[in-house]
Ligand binder design. Structure first.
Ligand code: C2E
Ligand code: CA
Ligand code: CA
Ligand code: CA
Length: 276
């Protein structure tokens, strides 16, 4: 028994060492990938729940890895955070999304709104507002998706000032993964976001019993009474879409409509459907 315990111990340390080596390799490759411009936004469309008209897209980062192909954030975002480069990646995604939007527009496709995910590190940057001022952004065209945990530290003056400044630049604030964190009504009233994004975990059970719908229902109702729009993410079937529409959710996003698509893929998706 003692022998096998030692073997197991060795097995775990070897596995751990292997993981450390792999993470170190990925970390090096992320830094090279930034140099070589391998990170790009993909786009997932969002639709008005009552008219099913395209209302915007969410930009989601992808890594065009030279050997492994297109990688999703679960493969690199945690290590990017440890490397302290998420703010850099967020900046890249915004720049590229604005460039893609211009390209689409000159080809006749007008996308009303692009939402980008903003990490805590980016929101804490002292020169965030300065870096945004140079971009020509029309009111409502860009949204920043912020996760609830960013707001927990209300004592952070830089974050508070940045949120105010972002809004003054005409950029909307959306609270991402709403319903999984701890945003209080009080902080909702203070932040006054344009939209709440209802987390996929809450959207999935919406076809269940009334008790399973309860959370989604109450988020939509809170949104309505505070004048905040609601977006359901992870809408996987049209039955879900229909129910969310009945409950009064404003915007829908999920595999029922489309997976995230490359810039060209999204352009083809939209033009195929006659979206202008
Ligand atoms: P998120 O912001 O909650 O994004 C939604 C995730 O759900 C995306 O995963 C999307 O592809 C996936 N999804 C969309 N519709 C469905 C559906 O119907 N069913 C299921 N099962 N999944 C669906 P993705 O693209 O892998 O992104 C994962 C997370 O990585 C994002 O979660 C976000 O937190 C983060 N992320 C993505 N892009 C960026 C970025 O540019 N900057 C930062 N800081 N974080 C990003
Ligand atoms: Ca998001
Ligand atoms: Ca989300
Ligand atoms: Ca999420």
């Amino acid at each position: 028994a003692k022998e096998s315990g030692r073997n197991r111990y060795q097995f775990f340390t070897q596995a751990l060492e292997a993981e450390v080596v792999t993470n170190k390799r990925i970390a090096d490759e992320i830094l090279e990938g930034i140099e070589r411009d391998e990170f790009v936004p993909w786009y997932q469309p969002q639709f008005d729940a009552s008219t099913l008209v395209l209302s915007g897209v969410e930009a989601l980062i992808r890594w065009q890895h030279p050997r492994e192909g297109i990688l999703t954030p679960d493969r690199f975002l945690r290590i990017a955070e440890e490397l302290n480069v998420t703010a850099t990646l967020d900046r890249l995604v915004l720049q590229k999304a604005l460039a893609d939007r211009m390209r689409w527009a000159s080809a006749g496709l007008h996308v009303p709104k692009i939402s980008v995910n903003v990490s805590a590190k980016r929101l804490q940057e002292k020169d965030l507002l300065a870096s945004l001022k140079g971009l020509s952004i029309m009111p409502g065209q860009i949204s920043f998706e912020l996760v609830e945990s960013i707001f927990l530290d209300e004592s952070d003056d830089v974050v508070t000032a940045n949120i105010d400044g972002i809004k003054k630049l005409g950029i909307d604030i959306e609270i991402d993964d709403f319903g999984t964190g701890h945003t209080s009504i009080v902080s909702l009233l203070k932040i006054k976001p344009k939209r709440l994004k209802i987390d996929r975990q809450l959207v999935a059970p919406v076809l269940g019993a009334r008790t399973e719908q309860a959370l989604v229902r109450s988020i939509i109702d809170i949104g309505r009474s505070l004048g905040i729009e609601t977006v359901a993410e992870g809408v996987e079937t049209m039955a879900h879409a229909e129910m969310l529409g009945i409950l009064g959710c404003d915007l829908l996003q999920g595999y029922a409509f489309s997976r995230p698509l490359s810039s060209e893929g999204f352009f083809a998706f939209a033009t195929d459907r006659g979206i202008r």
